[in-house]
Design a binder for this molecule. Structure first.
Ligand SMILES: [Zn+2]
Length: 232
């Protein structure tokens, strides 16, 4: 385990991806890679969450600053990225992270998949975003009237690989199916909390949380107002 979690080895692994766009070697390789991404200002996890929520507040109030969206910024972060926050959000076209949090190039490490589920691939991506790139907050972001959650709640028969999404969502929403209130909203929120618990089973993420280098929170996006509410 120590070997797996060795920062030195993982840094080499990271540099291979960042520098070349290709994973050029496995963990523990002694090959030499280009240097790690350029560091930017450090935020505490709480400050990172505050920055995220303030961006959403600007968005809701029609006071967007559209930060970091110039070509100058593009060139700056082309040399290396240091996103301050990660989002595990739904693939839904109505929930674009950079817009609803009023951010730009190099700010957010965004993983999107229908139902915002913590699959091994999404979890691995988020481990990379926090352990290697230094993202200080991971927000699992569910949303109102999520189609993937709705199909799961209804027990819909779906073709192809769509069924894998419903299978990943179903166990986590069982506990709220008889609760009073809006069944779909209850399920969307329960799914967020379930996916957070899944992320916390990652040794890499839980270690960062224990070291107070990372917080993992849940958010719920209201499609009608644009407002993100913290739910954990
Ligand atoms: Zn959705």
């Amino acid at each position: 385990m120590n070997r797996i979690l060795s920062r030195r080895n993982l840094l080499k692994f990271s540099a291979g991806i960042i520098g070349t766009g290709i994973v050029t070697a496995g963990l523990g390789s002694e090959l030499v890679f280009p240097q790690k991404a350029v560091a930017k200002d450090e935020l505490t996890p709480e400050q990172a969450l505050q920055e995220l929520m303030q961006g959403n507040d600007r968005f809701v109030k029609r006071k967007r600053k559209n930060p970091h969206q110039t070509f100058t910024r593009l060139v700056e972060v082309a040399k290396g990225q240091k996103p301050f926050a990660s989002i595990l959000g739904c693939a839904d076209s109505r929930v674009p992270a950079e817009i609803i949090f009023d951010q730009g190039f190099g700010d957010l490490f965004v993983c999107r998949v229908a139902g915002n589920i913590a699959t091994p691939e999404e979890t691995g991506s988020l481990e990379f975003g926090s352990f290697m790139l230094g993202s200080k907050v991971i927000m699992v972001l569910g949303h109102k009237r999520c189609g993937a959650i709705e199909a799961t709640v209804k027990g819909a028969q779906v073709p192809g690989q769509i069924a894998t999404l419903l299978a990943a969502i179903k166990p986590g929403i069982e506990s709220v199916k008889n609760q009073p209130g809006d069944k779909l909203e209850n399920a969307c929120k329960a799914n967020v909390l379930t996916q957070i618990e899944k992320l916390k089973t990652s040794p890499i993420l839980s270690q960062l949380v224990a070291e107070k280098k990372l917080i993992i929170v849940g958010g719920y996006y209201d499609l009608d107002t644009g407002r993100v509410t913290l739910i954990s």
